[in-house]
Design a protein around this ligand. Structure first.
Ligand code: NDP
Ligand code: HSE
Length: 428
C-alpha cells in the first residue's frame, strides 16, 4: 500500500500501522505493507517514519505494481485528484480524508471508482474519528433518512463555546483556538463555514442518495457572530452553534419529498438540546430516520490520531475486500432530488431590535411580520428610557419571507438598530 502525505494525519497513520501491524494482519487475513510515502519535503524530520520509504515521486508511487491500496492524506484539490484517479485507473483502491475534494468534485472520483471497479472509502473526511459515513452508507441504507443535523467543525465549536462560557469575543476565541492547534494559521475554511459545508455535502449525498456538491450548500460562517448574539441566546436559554443541516423537504404526495435543503449557519439551539452540550472542539451529529428513529454520534472530529483511526478502519475494510476479491459498496445517487434554494427553506428567526419606546411601535413591527406571512411565537420588550429592546421569535416560515421582513424592519425610522438576527433550530 502507498501513503500520499505524511503531515498531521499521515504521521499518525504510519505510527498506528507500525504499532498494530500484527493485529491488523490478523484482522485482514494478510499483512499490510507500506511500500512508500509521498511527501513534498523528504528532508523534514518525521518521528517514527522510516526515511527509506519517503519519496517526492507521488505519481510513480501510485502506479507501482506492488501497490494495491492508496491512502491519500495530502488534502486540497490537486495533485490529490489526479493521483487518486491515476490509482483507480490502474486498479488500486483508494482511501481518503479529503472532504474539500469530495465536495468539490466527488462525482468524478465516484465515476472512476465505478468504471474501474475500485473501492473509494472516505470515513475520515467527515467528523474525524466518529463512525458516521459507514452507518449512513451501509447500516441505514435500508431506512429512509429525514434529517441529518450536526456540529461537524471542531474549530468553530471551540470558538463559540469560549464565547458562551467565558464571554470571549470572536477574535480572542479564535486566537486561543490557534494557540491550541485547533485552528489553522489561515482559519478561513473553518470560520467561514467552507469545511462544514463540504462535510454537509458529503452527508447529504449519502443520506438522500442524491448528488450534492459544495456549491449546492447554503453557507454562512461564524465571523459575524457577536457578543450580543451570544448574550441574546443566553436570554432565551439557548446556545449558538455552527450547524450543518441536511433535510428532506416533504411534498404533498411522493415519498422522496420535494427536494433537499443543505445548509450551514450559526443558529441558536435550546440548552436542553443534546447538541447544546457538545463542548470545546468535539463534534456530534443527529440522524433522524423513519424506522431507526433518532440516532446521535459524538466524539473527536479532528486531530491526527482520531482521524487516523477512521482511516485504519477503512483500510481494514478495503484490504479485506482486496483479499476476498470483492469490491465494497458503490455510491448510489439514483434519487436525483433537487437541492432547494435557501429562500424556500423553512426555519425560525430570533430578532433583537433597539426601537423608540413610543405608542404604535410594537403594532408597526408586528404588522410587518404579518404582511410577510410570518407568525410571531413570542415577543419580549424591555423599556430602557426613551428606547426599548424588543425581542421577537417567530414560528417556522420560509427563509425568504423572514429575511424580507428583517430588511423592511431595518428601514423603519422607529427601529434604531437591528441588533441581532439569528436562526433558531432544534425545536418546533
Ligand atoms: P498536513 O498539511 O499536515 O499534511 C499534508 C501532507 O501532504 C504533508 O506531509 C505534505 O508534505 C504532503 N504534501 C503536500 N503537497 C504534496 C504534494 N504535492 N506531493 C506529495 N505530498 C504532498 O495535512 P493534514 O494531515 O492535517 O490533513 C490531510 C488531509 O486530512 C486533508 O484532506 C484534511 O482535510 C484531512 N483531515 C485532517 C484532519 C486533521 O485534524 N488534521 C481531520 C480530518 C480530515 P510535507 O510534509 O513534506 O510538507
Ligand atoms: N478543521 C477541521 C475542524 C478539521 O476544525 O473540525 C477536521 O476536518
Amino acid at each position: 500500500m502507498a501513503l500520499l502525505g505524511c503531515g498531521v494525519v499521515g504521521t499518525e497513520v504510519v505510527r498506528l500501522l507500525r504499532e498494530q501491524a500484527v493485529d491488523l494482519a490478523a484482522r485482514v487475513g494478510a499483512p499490510l505493507e507500506l511500500a512508500g510515502i509521498a511527501v513534498r519535503r523528504p528532508d523534514k524530520v518525521r518521528a517514527g517514519v522510516p526515511e527509506e520509504l519517503l519519496t517526492t515521486d507521488a505519481q510513480g508511487l501510485v502506479t507501482r505494481d506492488d501497490v494495491d491500496i492508496v491512502i491519500e492524506v495530502i488534502g486540497g484539490i490537486e495533485p490529490a485528484r489526479t493521483l487518486m484517479l491515476e490509482a483507480m485507473k490502474t486498479g488500486k483502491s483508494v482511501i481518503t480524508a479529503n472532504k474539500a475534494l469530495l465536495a468539490e468534485d466527488g462525482a468524478t472520483l465516484f465515476a472512476a471508482a465505478r468504471e474501474y471497479g475500485a473501492d473509494l472509502y472516505y470515513e475520515a473526511s467527515v467528523a474525524g474519528a466518529i463512525p458516521l459515513l459507514r452507518p449512513l452508507r451501509e447500516s441505514l441504507v435500508g431506512d429512509h433518512v429525514h434529517r441529518v443535523l450536526g456540529i461537524v467543525n471542531g474549530t468553530t465549536n471551540y470558538i463559540l463555546d469560549q464565547m458562551d462560557t467565558h464571554g470571549a469575543g470572536f477574535n480572542d476565541a479564535l486566537e486561543e483556538a490557534q494557540a491550541l492547534g485547533y485552528a489553522e494559521a489561515d482559519p478561513t475554511a473553518d470560520v467561514e463555514g467552507f469545511d462544514a459545508a463540504a462535510k454537509a455535502a458529503i452527508l447529504a449525498q449519502l443520506a438522500f442518495h442524491t448528488p450534492v456538491g459544495a456549491a449546492d450548500v447554503h453557507r454562512e460562517g461564524i465571523t459575524e457572530v457577536s457578543a450580543a448574539d451570544v448574550a441574546g441566546a443566553k436570554g432565551m436559554d439557548c446556545v449558538v452553534k455552527l450547524l450543518a443541516i441536511c433535510e428532506r423537504v416533504p411534498s404533498e404526495g411522493g415519498r422522496n419529498g420535494r427536494g433537499v435543503s443543505v445548509r450551514v449557519y450559526p443558529a441558536m439551539i435550546p440548552r436542553s438540546h443534546p447538541l447544546a452540550s457538545v463542548r470545546e472542539a468535539y463534534n456530534a451529529v443527529f440522524v433522524e430516520a423513519e424506522s431507526a428513529g433518532s440516532l446521535m454520534f459524538y466524539g473527536a472530529g479532528a486531530g491526527g490520531a482520531p482521524t487516523a483511526s477512521a482511516i485504519l478502519g477503512d483500510l481494514v475494510a478495503v484490504a479485506r475486500n482486496v483479499v476476498g476479491g470483492t469490491p465494497g459498496p458503490v455510491e448510489v445517487t439514483y434519487a436525483k432530488l433537487p437541492v432547494l434554494p435557501m429562500g424556500e427553506t423553512v426555519t425560525r428567526y430570533y430578532i433583537q431590535l433597539d426601537v423608540a419606546d413610543e405608542a404604535g411601535v410594537l403594532a408597526t413591527v408586528a404588522e410587518e411580520f404579518a404582511r410577510h406571512g410570518v407568525s410571531i411565537q413570542a415577543v419580549r420588550q424591555v423599556g430602557l428610557g426613551e428606547e426599548a429592546q424588543l425581542v421577537v421569535v417567530t414560528h417556522r416560515a420560509p427563509d425568504a419571507a423572514l429575511s424580507a421582513t428583517v430588511e423592511v424592519l431595518r428601514g423603519l425610522e422607529m427601529v434604531r438598530e437591528v441588533a441581532s438576527v439569528m436562526r433558531v433550530e432544534g425545536e418546533e
